[in-house]
Design a protein around this ligand. Structure first.
Ligand SMILES: N[C@@H](CCC(=O)N[C@@H](CS)C(=O)NCC(=O)O)C(=O)O
Length: 343
């Protein structure tokens, strides 16, 4: 039997969709486990999140790993070819930053819309519990709907969705769609002529925002049909043939990517920095201003780590590539992410 890579996930999980589309593009043969029965006997990961990847360790035992960003880098080492990380270190930094923006900022819009508005709560609560097993009786599903919705709504605070931040999140979702729409007029992917991991990260969140949850999906279908089509096409890019030079050239950065970085600088940057400050100072509240509007949330330790990892990527660049990255970030607001402390 071919050695299929087992992956556990669910269709309503943006990170699952990120990774399945990436596996398809990379032509890595996998076995998709949906629900408990299919993954019986599999080891448990340290943190209970999906998607879960089951890799073999050096003794041939299965180990359960979560967290898509490092898993993507491991897949690059274990399965050569059709890379989603540009070979040019400066382009790889851009890709890393936009991947983190997708994973850590766009997910705020995803979680917010799903569990904030009545129509979206109703739809997600009714459908998502069926993904574990579609044959469960209706009565059981009605109970699951209640429990699942209550649990998710009670966790809105984790991503920082609340009455104060709702306008910031919603304005930024719209502006992101506009930026992506403009970029797609000239390029098939965020990273140029072939997709990078950043494309898959943004795609994953958009599978839910653009294709599932009624409030953000209606907005996208009405105003951004091009983005809607892009999301559908991204799902399976296994037929795309790619060349080494197809990633975007950061020394000739398309203005649409500069505009997207400027959008990242407006929202993700101040919130990631304020979160890191609150964590450093042991405060129990993150407070900042985004686009002239207040932002308040509880500190999010995982996103503090994300910022450290991003800074690690920057620190690893040699002097010349760091200069190229600095040139790319100049004037976007993203410089602050990697500025030396105290600046
Ligand atoms: N940083 C992780 C995030 C994964 C994540 O947040 N997964 C969500 C579903 S999309 C989850 O498992 N949440 C906990 C739960 O549903 O119980 C990654 O990139 O894989």
């Amino acid at each position: 039997m071919t050695d299929l890579l087992p992956v556990r996930g669910a269709p309503g999980s943006p990170y699952t969709r990120k990774m399945l589309a990436l596996l398809r593009f990379r032509r890595i043969p996998y076995r998709y486990l949906q629900g408990g029965r299919e993954s019986e006997g599999m080891p448990q990961p340290k943190v209970r999140l999906i998607p879960i990847f089951y890799f073999r360790d050096e003794r041939g035992e299965l180990t359960a790993e979560v967290d898509s960003t490092p898993i993507i880098r491991r897949l690059e080492d274990e399965y050569p070819g059709r890379s989603v990380i540009p070979a040019d270190p400066a382009a790889a930094f851009l890709n890393y930053l936009l991947e983190d923006y997708g994973d850590e900022w766009l997910t705020k819009a995803m979680f917010h819309y799903r569990w904030y508005y009545e129509a979206d709560i109703e739809m997600a609560g009714s459908i998502l519990p069926h993904y574990a097993d579609v044959s469960q009786p209706d009565e059981q599903m009605a109970l699951a709907k209640e429990a699942f919705s209550e649990r998710q709504i009670s966790r809105l605070y984790v991503v920082g969705s609340n009455d104060t931040t709702a306008p910031v999140i919603e304005d930024s979702y719209r502006r992101f769609l506009a930026c992506l729409n403009d970029h797609l007029k000239a390029w098939p992917f965020l990273m140029g002529g072939r997709p990078g991991s950043a494309d898959f990260a943004c795609f994953g969140q958009l599978t839910q925002l653009v294709q599932f949850d009624p409030t953000p999906a209606a907005l996208a279908a009405r105003d951004f049909p091009r983005v809607h089509a892009w999301v559908s096409k991204m799902e399976d890019q296994c037929g795309l043939e790619v060349g080494e030079d197809d990633f975007v050239d950061v020394d000739e950065l398309p203005p649409t990517l500069k505009a997207l970085l400027t959008e990242v600088g407006r929202t993700y940057v101040p919130v990631m920095l304020a979160n890191a400050r609150a964590l450093d100072q042991g405060q129990d509240r993150v407070e900042t201003v985004v686009e002239g509007k207040p932002w308040v949330q509880e500190p999010f330790p995982y996103q503090g780590k994300c910022l450290q990892w991003l800074r690690g990527e920057y620190a690893r660049l040699d002097e010349e590539d760091r200069g190229r990255v600095d040139g790319m970030l100049e004037g976007t607001g993203c410089e602050a992410l990697v500025a030396p402390p105290g600046q």
